[in-house]
Ligand binder design. Structure first.
Ligand code: SF4
Ligand code: SF4
Length: 504
């Protein structure tokens, strides 16, 4: 067997070592190992080794899909007619609308967003109860952008050993060129990320033209700069520290996980006792782990999964790929590291069968909450109104007592037409016997009065309601404004009070 030369991470001094025939022994050390643990210590740089395996492929696929969605969605057009913007997904702050393809959410319907957030949270809880931190390992924006930045670093500076060598080498023209290239591409990615974000808030093609010709507002440039800075800093420079020190989810997840949730697990029952293996040596009496540290070298969090479940582990599965590759090369079955549970490791160690329980009280509970919230949201969405009516009563003055003894109250009505065509609405009043109704701009009207509202617009109407003295009740009485679509018959009611000023 030929011994290999490996560059250490600590001092870049070449050492000769191997773990088994054909398998290098990396000197990677877990950044959080007990020997390294102090109250305060500088960050140990992490140079994750590129692995090729099933989980790496899934991560590439998720990265391409999520980044593709993020960067491209603002450019999708969606025809909503002349009265509404034609961008498929748009947060239109100026007109207080959120557009998502054929769905248009008004400010009064913000509970849909609340419902979606509840659904997202419960889905996260359910996935966590079933498979651990899958979100963190595959789809979290911090993970996706860090992965992208590491990919760029890998392209320019080479894989782990080359990057360690470069970091330890003196500053030469070649090193400067590589570093400048890497940071330039990172900054371009960061700017593109910030730029894509602002496109969600206004017409993307128009804003893109304004951005390149210098006609966009200062606020837009500032927003892009802030987002580019955070993307570059969090994804390129801070990387795993964001997950370990800044994100609250690992702590929350730690409290929510039970023994049955799958997590990336080192099967110590199979792996121990570990140690280097020489070709031809028997495997009896020892574990399958050849202590090659390839799992540590591949880990983007810089930890050693063989130390057991850790807060830093994002369940990305890259150590599984690294170890499976090693197992294939030494001719042992894959799966020394796998999605499993510590309880199963104990069970197998005690000669019992492994057990996977996906149906448990907490998964049933999360599933039930998901179904109920989804059903409520679906029902309310399918029965949502295309008319809206808000009533605000005048407070100053509270009421006006007229010379003939009658009393007048003033109201501001907001008539909302959620449709993309102009509509006529009939307005009427119930609850009080109105002697006179004055719609400002129209004068005294008889009810129901027809009022036109432009497509996808809110029309504010001031209404003065007068009640004759014999019809007044003590204190105040309920008054209802009723709005009915002149064509479809759809109706909305909004209640208020009519104040008489009399003591009860
Ligand atoms: S668990 Fe696998 S990859 Fe990690 S040191 Fe052992 S054999 Fe190597
Ligand atoms: S230990 Fe494995 S699963 Fe956990 S973060 Fe590291 S590579 Fe990913």
């Amino acid at each position: 067997m030929t011994a290999r030369t490996v560059i250490t991470m600590r001092n870049a001094t070449p050492v000769v070592t191997h773990a088994a025939d054909g398998v290098e022994r990396s000197d990677a050390q877990a950044s959080n190992s007990a020997a390294n643990r102090q109250f305060y210590k500088s960050r140990v740089p992490i140079y994750p080794k590129l692995v090729h395996g099933a989980f790496r492929k899934v991560k590439w696929a998720v990265m391409i899909v999520t980044l593709g969605i993020y960067y491209l969605v603002p450019w999708i057009r969606w025809d909503r007619g002349p009265s509404a913007p034609n961008q498929a997904v748009l947060v239109d702050l100026a007109h207080e609308r959120f557009y998502f393809f054929s769905i248009e959410i008004w400010p009064q319907e913000v509970y849909y967003i609340t419902g979606l957030l509840v659904l997202a949270a419960v889905t996260l809880f359910l996935i966590n109860a079933l498979f651990g931190r899958l979100w963190c390992g595959y789809a979290c924006p911090q993970t996706v952008w860090t992965d992208l930045f590491i990919y760029v670093e890998n392209l320019i500076e080479g894989d782990r050993a080359a990057r360690i060598r470069l970091a330890a080498s003196p500053w030469t023209a070649g090193k400067v060129a590589k570093r400048v290239s890497k940071h330039t591409i990172w900054i371009l990615i960061a700017i593109a990320t910030g730029g894509a974000w602002v496109f969600y808030f206004t017409d993307a093609p128009t804003l893109a033209a304004d951005l390149f010709t210098g006609h966009a507002s200062l606020v837009v440039y500032a927003a892009i700069a802030v987002l580019a800075f955070t993307t570059y800093t969090l994804g390129g420079l801070m990387r795993e520290q964001v997950c370990t020190y800044m994100c609250p989810w690992p702590r929350i997840q730690g409290a929510m996980t039970d023994n049955e949730a799958l997590g990336v697990t080192y099967r110590s029952d199979r792996g121990e006792p570990r140690g280097p293996h020489k070709k031809g040596q028997p495997w009896e009496g020892r574990g399958a782990c050849i202590d090659c540290n390839q799992c540590v070298a591949a880990c983007p969090m810089g930890i050693d999964i063989r130390d057991g479940a850790q807060l830093e582990c994002i369940n990305c599965g890259l150590c599984i790929d690294a170890c499976d590759d090693v197992m294939a090369r030494i001719g042992l079955p894959k799966g020394l590291i796998a999605y499993d549970t510590d309880d199963n490791v104990r069970r197998r160690g005690a000669g019992q069968q492994a057990r996977f329980r996906f149906v448990r009280p907490r998964t049933l509970l999360y599933g039930a909450v998901l179904v109920v919230v989804s059903a409520i949201m679906l029902f309310s969405f399918l029965t949502r109104h295309t008319i809206g009516l808000d009533v605000i009563r005048d407070r100053n003055p509270n009421f006006v007592a007229l010379a003939d003894g009658s009393v007048r109250n003033g109201y501001t009505l907001k008539l909302m037409n959620h449709a993309d065509t102009a509509r006529g609405f009939y307005l009427s009043i119930t609850g009080v016997k109105a002697a006179k109704v004055n719609v400002i701009g129209l004068g005294v009207v008889s009810l129901p009065v027809k009022l036109a509202v432009d497509p996808d617009k809110v029309r504010a109407v001031r209404v003065l309601v007068t009640v004759a003295r014999p019809d007044l009740r003590d204190g105040s009485q309920d008054i209802d404004f009723v709005l009915r679509d002149a064509k479809g018959g759809e109706t909305r009611e909004a209640g208020a009070v009519f104040v008489s000023g009399e003591q009860p």
